[in-house]
Write a protein that binds this ligand. Structure first.
Ligand code: ADP
Ligand code: MG
Ligand code: MG
Length: 916
């Protein structure tokens, strides 16, 4: 159609042949490319043409002027359509009508809506009536044109921002409602010819009054008006802000599809509908859809009448009385059924399709890949791979890690959430939904829970002393703290719903009141949390349960993941219970067992404090002796739970001050118990205070200054291991030294560990393979990794501390400003959530390569919170780590992400080898 010398702007489709095809989305938009593809597949599609996205780009470059060649190319395409249809656009005797449809590369809310029935004028109406013998239908089509055109072309595209309820569409709808009321009819199909005729006249008057412009009565003016409106809408406010969020460049532009009309509103032998080739909510492999007899366009989606199910399979309790298309038009249904099968097979994915039936003839108007929720995504991908419609690799690339997460937690019912009253926003620390009554202290949480109440623990922040209450609560909500705060860590470890850093909360502990955005809630009032989105709601919203263990598709998918991935997945766990949970989720070992969590248990915190507060080595040793059997018991429990799998135990890490009592009365009772004076204890307590404890006396610095602490821990670990070995339980202990910055630190600690371990082994006459490694969590450790590796059997990246020290960010305080950094686009993502690849990541890479240069088989993993975050998992795979370790409930996501990373790497390799 384009002359040889000029650029092609217009692509024709019709009668089984199209100039475009599916892979031309960039040029023809998603809709246009798929319409072309369907045409080429021999599927009935009303003929028409697509104006390319390049016209849109050029339109904006040239201040709203079209390229010179466009008009003639459109005219040529138009007459080709006319010939095919045997009708003429604007012809008074036998008029052809068009729909004008926008079509960006991917469907985009905020773009122009479709205008149907373009070409109806006072001149063509009589011809249409004579030709169809259906006056009612023609006026129904006309009133629709008046509504759509005035709304999208004459109002929105011109940039008129009508207030809610004052837009032209609303006014016209009101006028129509008035007539319906007067006539006492329920549906617009009940209006007769005269009603519609009168309505059209009234519409034109309202349009003129509201928009100060006459509705155009010339077909060409209507057509070009609609085309321009599509281009205009590309720079509309909503479209621009959507593009910003989705990072879609403005240069992409939109295409315009001009297509001959087919009519679903000519009577009861006509219809329109929308369908999915599989159920998008459950993923079930059943054709699923809705239709309406005698209707046009978006009547089905707009919900002006309750649509009928397409087939009998799709009937529910609520719709079983409605007539399905399968019943009403069995022949057409059969044809539709085989077309949808063909489309799914061709596109190798679930399709979302639109169709219209005109006087007993089926036309397809659209097909695209259908949206789906997590459960459906997993089921479809697995079933499609099993039936060989797609490969396993395809299946993995189609599922988002978040969709795996969806299955692991009960969630807030989205419908209930939409109608809920939002109280505040916070950081989504623990996914899922929870409902409970507000309590403000850990003890209250336990007491209420024991009475059978569901509670949500609301705190400014939590500390290890709150753990019992946190456990008893359905969910945890804090006003302060970030994604790695105590509350967040603990909650994620249990897979518990949790929102942190919800700064709009003001807690009045004295009166047990919660003040939030001008509201006041008392203890005992219901709230609902959506921990996946970080939203707090008033009252009790409905939840939908999680049951991944009953989901066979999910289980199959993860089985495949384990076959594909090369990265191992371990868990962070400190109790046998957590360890067992993680094993159930597929963990292949423990990557981090934090011994300090054991120190907080009620039966030993006193001895811990005694140890810390004593002045002499003897005093400390006496207290440590009391701790020894308890720690040993802990390790026996964990080793048993993980039998046969490696367990990495980190020696004591936090600053000692964290274990000390905070109130005078607690200090007094401890003084009484230890038989020393309050004052003496108080002075010692104060002396342990640090200005910056995270950079203070902690990690291996404790081991260097108080070797007896680490000695006790190593003894406990090795005695536990030896005892189990005697019972023929296979144990693989890996002893890990935290916060090493200088090789000498590790050298010294290694000697300490070996001397205790060998002593215990000799005592027990047991053969135990143990290894000694270190956390890599300081920049200096990364930089001197070639020195450190000499004394390490393994490394484990502690990326929480590493991020903190590389960035100079306090992870306990960063929550105050990091969200703004993300919002302002300074950071892609909170670096405590997703590894900062360009900064922290470079140091990690350096540590890996320097370390492996001196020790080729150095085992390297990661145990920071990043170990369960998909992008970070991919990064860990790419830099050659051996494993990631994450909290138990993240294990499935890590397994999935590790498989995805392997596949992505393979695809990338294939691409580069092809280029060569
Ligand atoms: P959206 O992008 O919002 O889905 P469409 O361009 O698909 O918009 O148009 C919406 C609806 O208008 C379609 O589902 C169809 O029912 C109707 N429609 C579009 N083009 C035609 C046509 N040529 N004939 C009949 N109906 C049409
Ligand atoms: Mg559509
Ligand atoms: Mg650390």
């Amino acid at each position: 159609m384009a002359k040889r010398s000029e650029k092609k702007y217009v692509y024709f489709f019709g009668n089984g042949k199209a100039e475009g095809k599916a892979d031309m989305k960039n040029l023809l938009g998603g809709k246009g490319a798929n319409i072309a593809e369907m045409t080429n597949l021999g599927i009935p599609v009303p003929p028409g043409f697509t104006i390319s996205t390049e016209v849109c780009t050029s339109y904006y470059k040239n201040n709203g002027k079209y390229p010179a060649a466009l008009i003639s190319q459109v005219d040529a395409a138009l007459s080709k359509v006319e010939k095919l249809m045997g009708k003429k656009f604007g012809d008074p005797n036998n008029p052809l009508l068009f729909s004008v449809r926008s079509g960006a590369r991917s469907s985009m809310p905020g773009m122009m809506e479709t205008v149907l029935n373009v070409g109806l004028t006072t001149k063509t109406i009589p011809g249409m009536i004579k030709k169809t013998g259906n006056e009612r239908f023609v006026y129904d089509a006309y009133r629709r044109l008046l509504m759509m055109y005035s709304d999208v072309v004459m109002e929105k595209a011109v940039g008129i921002e009508a207030e809610d309820g004052h837009g032209i569409r609303h006014k016209l709808e009101q006028a129509m409602e008035k007539i319906k009321k007067k006539k006492g009819c329920k549906n617009d199909t009940d209006l007769d010819v005269d009603d519609l005729k009168g309505l059209c006249e009234e519409f034109k008057i309202i349009i003129k009054e509201t928009l100060k412009k006459e509705f155009p009565d010339d077909p060409k003016e209507q057509l070009w008006g609609a085309i321009a409106a599509v281009f205009q809408s590309w720079m509309g406010k909503r479209a621009i802000s959507y593009r910003k969020i989705e990072k879609i460049p403005a240069e992409w532009g939109t295409a315009v599809n001009v297509q001959s009309m087919v009519f679903g509103n000519t009577g009861d032998n006509s219809a329109t509908g929308v369908a999915f080739t599989r159920n998008p909510a459950t993923g079930g492999n059943v054709f699923f859809g809705e239709w309406l007899p005698n209707a046009q366009g978006e009547d089905v989606v707009a919900g002006i009448r309750t649509p009928n199910p397409v087939n009998n399979d799709g009937k529910t309790e609520d719709t079983k009385h409605l007539v399905s298309l399968e019943e009403a038009m069995p022949k057409i249904y059969k044809e539709l059924f085989s077309i949808q099968k063909k489309l799914e097979k061709h596109y190798r994915d679930m399709q979302d399709i639109e169709f219209t039936i005109e006087d007993g003839r089926l036309w397809m108007l659209q097909t695209r890949v259908g949206k789906r929720n997590g459960q459906a995504a997993i089921r479809m991908a697995v079933e499609m791979a099993k039936s060989r419609l797609i490969t396993k690799e395809d299946a993995f690339m189609r599922i988002k890690p978040d969709q795996i997460d969806e299955l692991l937690h009960p969630g807030v019912d989205p419908v209930a959430e939409k109608n809920g009253v939002e109280l505040a926003k916070g950081l989504p620390a623990g996914p899922g939904g929870a409902v409970g009554k507000i309590v403000f202290t850990a003890d209250d949480a336990v007491a209420w829970a024991n009475k059978g109440e569901k509670v949500i623990l609301v705190r400014n922040e939590t500390s290890p002393e709150d753990v019992h209450g946190m456990h008893a609560a359905e969910a945890i909500l804090t006003a302060k703290g970030g994604m790695t705060s105590h509350a967040a860590l603990v909650a994620r470890g249990w897979g518990k719903c949790c929102i942190v850093g919800c700064s709009e909360l003001h807690i009045d502990l004295e009166n047990k009141e919660l003040h939030v955005n001008g509201r006041m809630l008392r203890e005992g009032e219901w709230i609902t949390l959506n921990g996946t989105r970080g939203r707090v709601y008033e009252g009790k919203l409905d939840l939908i349960p999680a049951a991944p263990e009953n989901n066979k598709w999910y289980k199959e998918l993860l089985k495949w993941a384990d076959q594909i991935r090369t990265l191992k997945v371990r868990t962070n766990a400190e109790t046998p219970n957590d360890a067992l949970t993680a094993r159930k989720f597929g963990a292949e070992g423990i990557g981090l067992c934090r011994t300090e969590h054991m120190f907080f248990e009620a039966d030993r915190i006193k001895s811990v404090r005694e140890m810390i507060l004593s002045d002499t080595v003897e005093g400390r040793k006496k207290a440590l002796e009391k701790l020894l059997p308890m720690q040993k018991g802990d390790f026996i429990g964990i080793f048993k739970a993980m039998k046969g799998l490696p367990v990495t135990i980190r020696l004591l890490d936090p600053p000692l001050h964290e274990f000390l009592p905070h109130t005078d009365s607690e200090l007094q009772s401890l003084a009484d118990e230890m038989g020393v004076s309050f004052d003496k204890l108080n002075i010692k307590n104060k002396s342990l205070h640090e200005f910056n404890p995270m950079l203070g006396h902690r990690g291996c610095r404790l081991g260097v200054t108080y070797p007896e602490i680490y000695e006790m821990q190593v003894q406990a670990i090795m005695e536990a291991a030896c005892e189990l070995a005697k019972q023929k339980v296979k144990v693989i202990p890996e002893i890990m030294v935290p916060l090493v910055g200088h090789v000498k630190e590790l050298e010294m600690m290694r000697e300490l560990v070996i001397s205790v371990a060998e002593r215990v082994k000799t005592e027990y006459k047991a053969k135990i393979q143990y290894s000694i490694g270190t956390m890599i969590e300081l920049p200096r450790a990364c930089v001197t990794s070639d020195e450190i590796a000499v004394y390490a059997d393994f490394y484990s990246f502690g990326t929480n501390d590493l991020t903190q020290t590389v960035y100079g960010l306090s992870r306990d305080d960063a929550g105050r400003f990091l969200p703004y950094y993300v919002e302002a686009g300074i950071l892609r993502e909170d670096p405590f959530i997703s590894i900062d690849i360009e900064g922290v990541g470079v140091l990690m890479k350096m540590a890996v390569s320097k370390g492996r240069k001196v020790k080729k088989d150095l085992k390297i993993g990661i145990c920071g919170e990043h170990g369960g975050e998909p992008l970070s998992v991919e990064f860990c795979h790419n830099i050659g780590l051996d494993y990631v370790s994450c909290s138990p409930f993240r294990v499935p996501i890590a397994r999935f992400s590790a498989a995805q990373a392997t596949i992505k790497e393979k695809i990338k390799k294939e691409k580069t080898s092809k280029k060569k």
